[in-house]
Design a protein around this ligand. Structure first.
Ligand SMILES: [Zn+2]
Length: 286
């Protein structure tokens, strides 16, 4: 937040404030997303796995490159916190900050989940979203943000001075440890900032503080992505439920989420798994 200023505005303050914004990463520099090749191959595909995510818990699931993953609302409005890793190298993981810089605050069809440095490549592409009708509401809110982090027990101790063990951070840590056989200490640093599936969020108009509001998701809604590399996913059913009031407690009504992995009979023409970033990593010394 910006406190009351202690410095007088300079004489040209209005002029400086009037400078026009320039989009940092203009979207037209990306290859344009074309839904048609993905829609076409979805006509012939096979369900290869189903994973249930229990309320206030998380599950891991594997998505081979060239497969579709659907994250589905089941019994009631519920938000999810999504982590993605390269299945073969967990050091490469979803980079929510760069994804936000490239695509904006909330993700939609055609946006890519970008991986961390020094890899920085598309891990997955969003191919369908039953909540695409929502757009941005009158409060500036929307779904599937990459502006939050994940609810975690450390912030909860700071703000509420109590221990709660079923925040998304802990849920994802337990799920990753269980799936890989790692201990909690090894798994925890691999958990990273998330994409907030179905969560409706934004920044307040006046103070620009992060807000959440009741999610518009209903049973049957889903977000679908296409894996650009072999992925390990982790999805937590947030203890905030639909995130209409609070989180980091057992107060909210929570529901399971479902993850389906679909194998298409063929991949889109010309598609190949994403290659690692081409930067030389010289950093000016070679
Ligand atoms: Zn959460």
């Amino acid at each position: 937040m910006k406190p009351a200023p202690r410095n007088a505005a300079p004489s040209d303050a209005k002029e400086r404030q009037a400078a026009k914004p320039v989009v940092c990463y203009p979207i037209p520099t990306f290859p344009a997303f074309d839904a048609a090749p993905y829609d076409e191959i979805k006509g012939d595909m096979t369900l290869v796995s189903e994973t249930m995510v229990a309320p206030r818990d998380a599950s891991c699931f594997e998505v081979p490159a060239g497969h579709f993953c659907r994250m589905i609302s089941t019994e009631g409005p519920q938000v999810g916190d999504l982590n993605l890793w390269n299945l073969h190298d967990l050091d490469e993981r979803f980079f929510s900050g760069k994804t936000r810089a490239l695509h904006g605050t909330h993700m939609g069809v055609g946006d890519r989940f970008w991986s961390s440095l020094p890899y920085l490549r598309p891990m997955a592409t969003i191919t369908y979203d039953t909540l695409d009708w929502y757009g941005f509401d009158a409060f500036g809110g929307s779904v599937h943000d990459v502006i939050g982090t994940r609810c975690d027990p450390y912030t909860n101790v700071l703000l509420n001075d109590n221990e709660y063990h079923y925040c998304c951070h802990s849920n994802l840590t337990r799920a990753l440890a269980s799936h890989t056989g790692m201990g909690l200490t090894e798994a925890e640093p691999l958990v990273h900032d998330v994409m907030n599936l179905f969560m409706c969020t934004g920044f307040t108009q006046d103070t620009k503080q992060y807000f959440m509001k009741s999610s518009p998701v209903r049973p049957g809604d889903y977000l679908e992505f296409f894996a650009e590399i072999d992925l390990l996913g982790g999805l937590s059913a947030c203890p905030g439920g639909d995130c209409s009031s609070g989180h980091s407690s057992d107060a909210a009504k929570c529901y399971p989420l479902k993850v389906e992995i679909w194998k298409p009979a063929k991949t889109p023409d010309g598609w190949a798994p994403a290659k690692a970033n081409a930067y030389s990593r010289g950093h000016g010394l070679d």
